[in-house]
Write a protein that binds this ligand. Structure first.
Ligand code: F7E
Length: 344
């Protein structure tokens, strides 16, 4: 018999890839999203799955809304991906981030505890929770030293998952995912900002790209592979915590250099601006995924250079199609800078 899933935050990169993955596995997919004036469904259209999803509007700041959403979908599994997920923005909106990213998870878990403890719950925990102060390579046993409002909210949610597992027997699992990227990434995140910016420079649509802390190093993997790992976690008999990572780090500068090489753009077109710096930034994050490898049989496949290549080539192709009037840049249309071009 086919299973039913509820994905909160289905409009984001991970939600869209996960929906496609589960549809291919014959799941009935319910997806919740925040009711905005202009819902942002471009990724679901891009993957050609929009018509296959049953949409529910759900506000994770409102327990009543969560309760209705769970009742209506009656899921076997919930992947809770809804969050304010941009670390930079969390410094400007700490309370909003705490409410959505931290308390949102508590409200979800509490509703599961109240209504149906058979539901398997996946929490999108984050490598940001580690902060900079702990040991160099992070695994499930490493101490957390969260250093942004986003990281603190995620850690609060992470510990709540742990508590509901132990105290109430909820089948709640946390995936501690290191950065995972793709051509469906939002333009506010650095990898997609670079691939999109350099694609536009290469086609004469933009003159330069402005970044912040280019010496920061991250463990960057390919998002669709991480989605599969998330699903594997929920298929286990017992709930647990798992790290997904590549165990390889590269700096933002290296990402820029590789992207420039692929697009044939001189690196001097990249500027640095104070406005892109965070009040506090993590310099280095590297993950150890050996538990996921041993227990789930999961491992990353796409290497750094291939990841940069696929992102840059996809953005160049999108803008080329836009120049030929064959394609509307859905995500770029929502960002200020790009909308100037679209409107001109
Ligand atoms: C695992 C974790 O992964 C992501 O969080 P993030 O690592 O903060 O991702 P990011 O792409 O915003 O920044 C990466 C690094 O790049 C630096 N950087 C330089 N210049 C710019 C710049 O211009 N823009 C941005 N965004 N970053 C810049 C920035 O300062 C930082 O050091 C989220 O998915 C989060 O939800 C999550 O859970």
């Amino acid at each position: 018999m086919s299973k039913t899933v509820l994905i909160t935050g289905i409009t984001g990169q991970d939600g869209a890839y996960l929906a496609r993955f589960l549809l291919r596995k014959n799941y009935k997919v319910f997806g919740s999203y925040r009711r905005l004036s202009t819902p942002n469904f471009w990724r679901l259209h891009y993957l050609g799955i929009f018509d296959k999803i049953k949409f529910l509007s759900c506000d994770v700041t409102d327990s009543r809304s969560i309760s209705e959403c769970i009742q209506e979908s009656n899921p076997d599994e919930i992947f809770h991906l809804a969050a304010q997920s941009f670390v930079g923005a969390s410094f400007h909106q700490p309370l909003y981030t705490t409410d959505i990213t931290g308390l949102g998870t508590v409200r979800m878990l509490d509703e599961i505890k109240r209504s149906n403890k058979k539901i398997k719950f996946y929490q999108a925990s984050s490598s940001e929770m580690y902060g900079s102060e702990s040991s160099k390579i992070k695994n499930e046993l490493t101490e957390f030293h969260p250093s942004s409002p986003y990281a603190i909210a995620k850690l609060y949610a992470h510990w709540t998952v742990n508590l509901y597992r132990k105290a109430y027997g909820v089948h709640a699992t946390s995936g501690i995912l290191f950065n995972h990227e793709s051509s469906l990434r939002g333009l506010e995140f650095v990898t997609r900002k670079i691939s999109n910016g350099i694609a536009k420079i290469s086609l004469g649509l933009s003159k330069e790209l402005t970044l912040g802390n280019v010496s920061a190093q991250r463990d960057w993997g390919y998002a669709p592979e991480y989605i599969e790992g998330m699903w594997m976690m929920l298929q286990q008999k017992n709930p647990d915590d798992y790290v997904l990572a590549t165990n390889e780090v590269h700096s933002v500068k290296e990402f820029v250099q590789e992207a420039c090489k692929i697009a044939g753009v001189p690196c001097k077109k990249i500027q640095i601006s104070e406005t892109n710096l965070r009040p506090f930034d993590l310099q280095y994050l590297c993950g150890d995924y050996s538990k996921a490898k041993k227990k789930l049989g999961w491992k990353p496949k796409t290497k750094f250079k291939k990841l940069v290549k696929l992102m840059v080539e996809e953005d160049i192709s999108r803008w080329e199609r836009w120049l030929k009037k064959e394609y509307f840049p859905w995500d770029a249309a929502t960002s200020g800078e790009d909308s100037k071009i679209i409107n001109s």
